[in-house]
Every structure is written in C-alpha cells, then in structure tokens.
Design a protein around this ligand. Structure first.
Ligand code: M6R
Length: 592
C-alpha cells in the first residue's frame, strides 16, 4: 500500500507533491509526510492524519530543488508521527519514502543496531534508508550503496531517495509500482501516473530490481547487474488516469453513476462491428481447457462467483472460485487442463501475487482481468483483459465490480460466439441509469438501517452472489455488521438471528429460484424481520421497496449492484463517515 511522489527541478514542486499525495491517498491515508532538499539541507514535515493536515505544518514559502512525499497505510508500526515517512538515515545524510515491505526486517534491524545504527521508528522502511547510508560509508557512491542494499534486502519496494548535497532524486523498485514522468526541465516520480498526468504524458516504467536517478533534465536507469538500461517512453490514456470529482461530493457516488458509461466503453472495446474483439489464442486456450480456476479477493472474488456461473451455464466448463489468500496455502488445480483467471482491479494485490508465483511453477495459462495496465499481475500473467473502468478512487469498489462481471460475460459470449449477449448488455443500460431515480427510496432504507447493529442480505443464485457483495460494501464503509445468506441456508442456522425489526434486505431477481425465495421472505417476515425487497417487475409484489424493469436474468449483478452500492453509500453518509476513505482500509492491498 502507500503512495509515493517526488519531483526535481519542478517550479512549484510543493504544489505538485501536495496535490499528488491527495491523488494517491487512495493507496493509504493513515499518515503523510514530505521532505524538501535544498543543497545541503533537508527539512521534513510529517504526521499522522491527512495530507491537508501535514501541509498545514509546512511554513509558507517552503520549497525544494528535489521533494519527496508519502501517504501511508501502516504495515509495520502504528500510524503516528515517528512511523510516518519520509525516514531519515541515522547520520542524517539520506531521506527516503517507501512503498512496500522489507522481508525479515527484524533480522536486518538487529544487525544494523549491532553496527551502531540508531532507529527512530518501528518501520521496516527505516532499515532500508539506514542500510543505504551504511553502505555509502564503504562505497562512497550512492548507486553502489543502493545496489548493495537491493542485494541484501528481499521484499517489495518502490523508493524515492534524496541525498544531502546532491541535486538528484534516486529511485529503486521491486514488485511495488514506480513510474517516472519526464518533463521539460523537470522530472517526476510517483506510484502511478495519476499525479503526473497534469504535467506530462511521457512515462518510464521501472522494472523489478531496477534502480537509478532522475535529475532536472536527465535520468539514468540500471538493471540489477549494474548495467545502464535504455527505457521505452510510454504514454497513458488521460481519461483513464485522471481523477477528479466532477462536481460530485464523493468519488464513490461519481463511480456508481459512471457505471453505464463504463459498461458502454467496455462493450464497445470488446465488441466491434458486431464481432467480439479478443485475442484468438486466448479464446482457443479457454476452449481447450477442462476447468477454469478463478482467484480473487473481496469484491473481485465476488465477481468471480458470477463469472463462474457464466462459464458453467453458458459454456459448460466447470469452474472453481477461490479466495486468493486461502488458495495460496492450499493450492488446488482441478481438472487436467486448468486455465487460471486472476481478477484484480488494482493488479497489485499481494495475495494474488502469491498465487501467481505458485501457478508459474506449473506453467498453466493465466489470464488477468484488471483495471490497471502495467500492474505487477499484468506483467506476470500470459493474457490480460482491461475492464476499461478508468481510475477507481473510492476504496469501496463499485464500477470495477460491474465492469469485472460484464468483462467475464463478454469473454464467455466471445467463446460461445453469441452476439446477442453484447446487445443485451447495451440494451440494459437504461435500466442501470433508471436506478439513479430510485435514490430517494434507497435513502429511506439507509435511514432505517443506519442505527442497527446487524443486517442481513439474502438471495439465491445470482442474487446470493450479489448479497455477498452488497454486504461487504455496507460493512466496509458504514461499519455495520452485515451478513449475506443464501436463502436456502436460512433454516440451517442463521434464521436463529432474526428478531423483531432485524433488517433483512432481499435481492429477488432470480427467476429460477423465485418460488423458493418467496418462501424464505415469508419465513423471515413471520419472525419479525423488517424486510426490504428489491425485485424485478416480473417477480415483484405490492409493497416491494425497489422494483426494477425486467432484463435477462444473467445481467442481475451488473444492474442491481447499483442498488447495493447506493444503499451502502447513503448509509455511510447518514452516519457521517468518510465514504471514500473507510477506516483501516486502503485501495490496493499490497501486503498479505
Ligand atoms: O484490487 P483488487 O481487485 O485485487 O482488490 C481486492 C479487494 O481488496 C477489493 O475488492 C476490496 O474488497 C474492496 N475494497 C471492496 O470494495
């Protein structure tokens, strides 16, 4: 987790750093900090709390030739001032910001302590800066000291480092992402392109175990063997990189309301001139496989459940969906020719990277479904499909979920060669848009559930998968305990929890299971539950809370998820929480 930014030679560099940190704080927002290098002096401002708070600690007019900044999601050490980045070396010569994890950091720390190095924090990052400072004393050359530290430390890192007296900004990277932005007489660095896109659209992507430096009008990158490498300049699609609220009060609301556009863009990308537009080899590999294994976490895992059903029902290929953090410790490869599908919005989720490292040993074909091109998982998977959702800033995933499900459906449609499906998705767009007009009804439910201790979501089939996602969304941003229960499972235990006025939110859109589900609704009602039914026109009854126009059943998760997202959003809002930055979470989970 954590976001890093840096600049050299940039006029108004402080402004770039502050805005950049705000843009990147979706990567973590426990604490923030900035270091300014001016020839022989380095000043550091850092604290627990927001970027805005840290900015208020910096004197007016403070600026630097090189500046580095950090926004943190705590891994080692509490979110307090001393654990906030930047970290300074024991001799005061080097300062760094780090995103990643130093493996066996306690061992390294003990060895450095023995060598007389002192520490001011509980972080693993301080080990890195001290190690570089110590190696510098032997090598008298920063690049050599960096290389030696990289040889000593295992783990993930994207680091920007400054050294007193040098008008340079050093960079090093392994696993965690790091991009350099090339400007006219200035250069930038950041965890992703979003903070830099206002200033340049020329980027260099650092590879694993590469390191180097940027100066005002120059840069050099080296590989792990110490040889200089010539890097390709790449550009980014600005509309997919830029973050702004566009007048919305929160990213989450904006992102929910972007869903119809995202789905349109996705269909238009993968279905051109009435033909599916996928790599032929990918389609062939899927057809040849006898089992699809899905790996994902959180929302992406929920999307995989829907995808699994598509593959099984529409292609008759058996599937298994696994939570990545479970599968990693008990890898299973059902079938003789499994095809592995990783689903990850960020493409940086550590649990999935762990799984990918396992899969690589077996040489099976791998596909990543992601929103982030150039991510670690994308680089590691044989095939990759981009869900075209544009940056998702809110920690609670919304548009990415709808797009992941739609992506899986389009892929299945392409394997099946069924044009009708892409058309059906496009035809459903007005229905998704119409959910926006039901916001008042959703707000009413939010106002009722906001003070409850516990809430249940129930559904069967597609509605069960959606219940899982709806429940995650609610607990994630409103901190209300909630559980998703498959309708048929109620009687096997959970119905014991239903009391007078217990809120039960029912997704009732699955034609196949409708009769059984009606029975479940009556069962909870008769035990006093306060039931809110979200139904489709065909299945609806008077008194249902939200009634949605009819659509083909398999589109349920793409369409009705908006109801679940609005409900979580308004519940969190009515409790006065920070919707986009829920406590204890970060957008990309780059630690296991
Ligand atoms: O980037 P990923 O899709 O791999 O992230 C997986 C989960 O961390 C993520 O979906 C998480 O559950 C969301 N915050 C849920 O809204």
């Amino acid at each position: 987790m954590c976001g890093i930014v840096g600049c050299i030679g940039k006029n108004h560099g402080r402004e770039y750093i502050i805005n950049g940190l705000k843009t990147l704080d979706y990567r973590g927002y426990d604490s923030a900090g900035i270091a300014f290098l001016k020839q022989d002096s380095i000043s550091i401002y850092k604290d627990a709390g927001s970027v805005e708070h840290v900015n208020s600690l910096i004197p007016i007019g403070e600026d630097g030739d090189a500046i580095i900044g950090h926004t943190r999601w705590a891994t080692h050490g509490k979110p307090n001032k001393s654990n906030s980045h930047p970290h300074i070396s024991f001799d005061g010569e080097f300062v760094l910001v780090h995103n990643g994890i130093v493996e066996r950091f306690a061992e390294h720390k003990a060895s450095l302590l023995k060598q007389g190095v002192t520490f001011n924090s509980d972080t693993d990052s301080e080990v890195f800066v001290n190690m570089i400072a110590l190696f510098y004393k032997e090598e008298k050359n920063v690049l050599k000291a960096i290389k030696k530290a990289m040889e000593t430390v295992d783990g993930s890192y994207a680091i920007a480092l400054i050294h007193k007296g040098e008008n340079r900004l050093y960079v090093l990277k392994n696993v965690s992402p790091l991009l350099i932005g090339i400007g006219e007489d200035f250069n930038l660095v950041a965890s992703d392109a979003s903070p830099m896109i206002e200033y340049t659209n020329k980027f260099i992507e650092l590879g694993d175990k590469e390191y180097g430096y940027i100066e005002k009008s120059n840069y050099k990158i080296f590989n792990f063997d110490g040889q200089e490498v010539s890097k390709k300049l790449i550009s980014k699609d600005i509309s997919l990189v830029r973050h702004d609220l566009n007048g919305y009060p929160h990213y989450m609301l904006k992102e929910i309301e972007e869903i119809p556009d995202v789905i349109t863009r996705l269909v238009n990308h993968y279905y051109l001139d009435e033909k599916y537009n996928f790599d032929d080899e990918l389609i062939k590999k899927i057809k040849q496989s006898d089992h699809i294994i899905f790996l994902g976490c959180g929302t992406s895992y929920h999307a995989s459940l829907v995808g699994g059903r598509y593959f099984e029902e529409m292609l008759e290929i058996p599937t298994a969906s696994y939570i990545a953090s479970e599968w990693a410790f008990h890898p299973m490869f059902p079938g003789k020719k499994p095809f592995i599908v990783f689903i990850s919005q960020s493409g940086e989720t550590a649990d999935l990277i762990h799984c990918l490292n396992i899969v690589k040993k077996y040489n099976y074909d791998t596909l990543l479904i992601t929103n982030t091109s150039g991510s670690t998982l994308e680089r590691g998977c044989k095939y990759s499909l981009n869900i075209q959702a544009g940056v998702e800033v809110s920690v609670a995933s919304t548009k990415a979920y709808a797009a992941q499900v739609a992506m899986l459906l389009l892929l299945v449609a392409a394997v099946k060669g069924e044009a009708k499906i892409a058309d059906e998705i496009l035809r459903a767009l007005p229905i998704i848009k119409s959910i926006k007009d039901k916001q008042n009804d959703i707000k009413n439910v939010a106002n009722i559930i906001k003070d409850k201790q516990s809430i249940f979501y129930i559904g069967r089939g597609y509605d069960y998968y959606l219940s899982l996602e709806a429940s995650l969304k609610l607990k994630e941003i409103s901190y209300i305990h909630s559980e998703a229960i498959a309708g048929g499972e109620l009687k096997h235990g959970p119905i014991a929890l239903i009391e007078n006025e217990t809120p039960v939110i029912v997704f009732f859109t699955d034609n196949v299971t409708a009769n059984s589900m009606r029975g479940n609704i009556e069962e909870v009602k008769s035990r006093g539950a306060r039931v809110f039914v979200i139904s489709t026109k065909e299945l609806s009854k008077d008194g249902d809370t939200i009634i949605i126009d009819q659509y083909p059943n398999y589109l349920s998760s793409i369409i009705v998820s908006s109801v679940a997202f609005y409900l979580a959003y308004y519940t969190s809002l009515s409790k006065g929480y920070d919707v986009d930055k829920p406590r204890n979470l970060a957008k990309s989970v780059t630690v296991e």
